[in-house]
Design a protein around this ligand. Structure first.
Ligand code: HGY
Ligand code: MN
Ligand code: MN
Length: 423
């Protein structure tokens, strides 16, 4: 059987990513939010690719597209499966590689395994998740949590800014929100989860390496913060008598930045990504401000300590300025390790390509956070230009992507060989 070269695999990956990038709900930029019309079109395209790759395709109750290879070669694990995947939802004005590369790499890898006549001793499901970014709804990782069996019906009550709940959006998408339990795999059936993803950071480019093996995914906490003061006439209320919710929020945001900067040694980062205020008139003192806080660090203790320090500083600002505030945590994921045997299989695959094995942590969150509740996870990072992501300037070389597909194939065959020793 002819093997596609890594250059050919890279070309194929780039063409598929370009086709997905054309599917957006906003002209001129890539925006494909969970359960949106663009997500529906992307689901249909990915399902077609999986069928063309010879996989049995299904859409689960959370909208995850699943492509299943036939069971493995006869043996003790023929009916168990490795899961390979990532997400096809995006942020607003996104790049074309974040998430989609992991789905495309999975499809190309399985197509190539079949073309080479490789009989793995286990099955493989390729999964295209729809809610990794958590941009439309105040949830995140809903579709991979459902696969892992940790999503609760109450999680479907989260509503987007138009007041549409996840439950309603699932029904509008043609899915049955009462069947989320059907999305869950049984632990006994799953051998592990593998994800290929762009690094979204600068390390591989600095080290001049195309691939890296992930050791852990940074934990993250997300909050809605609401600050309440008094509206008032911009021309008549003296500065010393104001309860200005926006000025107070500005001081709180600088406190967030100070606390995060102090946590540099723990790779701490904190971001206020969304802000809204009321009433929003040029000559009215803002009465109410809402903003989001996303805080992460390489390990859990410093992140949790920083949250308490931020809460303490918010309290001091609120008292001094006589405003009220609420700090509502709506997402919290612990630091997630990438374990053996998958991490070792990715390392062996990278070495077999004649490349040094660069281990690195992930500051970005991934579906692996959720999948770790079900099984061991492993991630392979692909170099991306200047580490840029969540931006239309996101870019990965086709040759690096081709190496990643080949490394995924070799990681699965390494896991098969390891499997052979267990017979
Ligand atoms: O926010 C993250 O880290 C991921 O891209 N959703
Ligand atoms: Mn991603
Ligand atoms: Mn992302």
């Amino acid at each position: 059987m002819t093997s596609a070269s890594t250059a050919e695999l890279g070309r194929r990956a780039q063409a598929m990513l370009d086709a997905l990038a054309a599917i957006t709900d906003e002209d001129g930029r890539i925006t494909r939010l969970y359960l949106s019309p663009a997500h529906r079109r992307a689901v249909d395209l990915v399902a077609r690719w999986m069928r063309e790759a010879g996989m049995a395709v299904s859409i689960d109750p959370l909208g995850t597209v699943r492509g299943a290879t036939p069971p493995g070669a006869p043996g003790p694990r023929a009916n168990r499966r490795f899961l390979v995947g990532s997400h096809i939802d995006t942020v607003v004005d996104a790049g074309r590689y974040d998430g989609t590369l992991g789905v495309v790499a999975g499809i190309l890898a399985m197509q190539e395994v079949a073309a080479r006549g490789i009989r793995l001793p286990f099955g493989v499901d390729v999964l295209a998740f729809g809610d990794e970014e958590g941009v439309r709804f105040p949830t995140t990782l809903a579709s991979s949590s459902a696969v892992a069996g940790t999503l609760k019906p109450a999680d479907l009550t989260a509503a987007d800014t138009d007041g549409i709940t996840v439950r309603q959006a699932l029904a509008d998408f043609g899915l049955d929100p009462d069947r989320i339990a059907d999305a869950a795999y049984s632990r006994d059936d799953v051998l592990g989860y593998l994800e290929v993803h762009i690094e979204q950071g600068p390390v591989l480019e600095i080290e001049n390496l195309p691939l890296g093996v992930v050791t852990s995914i940074a934990g993250q906490s997300r909050f809605h913060v609401t600050v309440t003061g008094d509206a008032g006439h911009a021309g008549t209320v003296p500065m010393t008598m104001r309860r200005d919710a926006l000025a107070a929020s500005a001081e709180m945001m600088l406190a967030i930045e100070e606390v995060a900067r102090a946590g540099r040694a723990d790779q701490m980062v904190a971001t206020v990504g969304r802000l809204s205020l009321e009433p929003g008139a040029v000559n009215v003192i803002p009465r109410r401000v809402s903003f989001t806080l996303d805080i992460r660090a390489e390990s859990d203790a410093p992140r949790l300590a920083a949250i308490e320090e931020i809460r303490r500083r918010f309290r001091a600002v609120a008292e001094r300025r006589n405003v009220g505030f609420l700090m509502d945590r709506y997402h919290d994921t612990p630091t997630t390790p990438c374990g053996e045997p998958i991490r070792g299989a990715f390392a062996a695959a990278v070495e077999s390509l004649g490349l040094p094995v660069q281990a690195l942590t992930s500051g970005a969150g991934h579906d692996g956070h959720a999948m770790h509740a079900l099984c061991d996870i492993g991630m392979l990072f692909v170099r991306c230009r200047a580490g840029i992501s969540h931006s239309p300037n996101e870019y990965a070389e086709a040759s690096d992507m081709g190496l990643a597909v080949e490394a995924l194939i070799r990681a699965l065959t390494a896991l098969a060989e390891a499997e052979g020793e267990n017979r």
